[in-house]
Design a protein around this ligand. Structure first.
Ligand SMILES: [Zn+2]
Length: 146
């Protein structure tokens, strides 16, 4: 039996609309539960994962995902993520749920740990802020949690 991470989702041109259906929402919430058990020992609180069409924060910033602690909601932009991107974005937001509010060294350390246990970690999430500075790069999300 195929696991949820190998589930066959609708074709790319129909996927964003599917994410926005109840089936899409059910899928991503089952993914959250699976990742919580597999990669976080089930210790993350229950969050609702919801799709939306555009995530904007601050002035002129856009993100594929956003964690809202007060309402325990993770928002994911349905039009920004393919199947792998959805999993990587979810893991990114779950790192925020686990503790780190910013993309600093604690965040990167957790991303390194998750990579080692086989989680789908986004390129760049394992790079520390100080490493970015050393490379003369602006570290995304320095101002606002995303
Ligand atoms: Zn973030």
């Amino acid at each position: 039996m195929a696991t949820i991470t190998q589930a066959k989702l609708p074709a790319p041109h129909r996927r964003a609309q599917w994410y926005l259906t109840r089936s899409g929402e059910s899928y991503v919430n089952r993914l959250y539960a699976k990742f919580n058990l597999e990669y976080f020992d089930g210790r993350l609180p229950i969050y609702q994962v919801k799709f939306t069409s555009v995530i904007r924060y601050g002035v002129g910033h856009q993100a594929a995902g956003l964690t809202h602690r007060r309402t325990r909601t993770i928002w994911i932009d349905a039009f920004e993520v393919d199947q792998l991107g959805l999993m990587e974005t979810l893991i990114h937001e779950m790192i925020h749920v686990s503790g780190p509010r910013w993309h600093g060294d604690r965040f990167a350390d957790e991303a390194v740990r998750l990579t080692a246990v086989g989680a789908p970690v986004m390129d760049g999430d394992t790079i520390t802020r100080s490493a970015c500075r050393a490379l003369g790069k602006f570290h995304r999300g320095e101002r606002v949690e995303g």
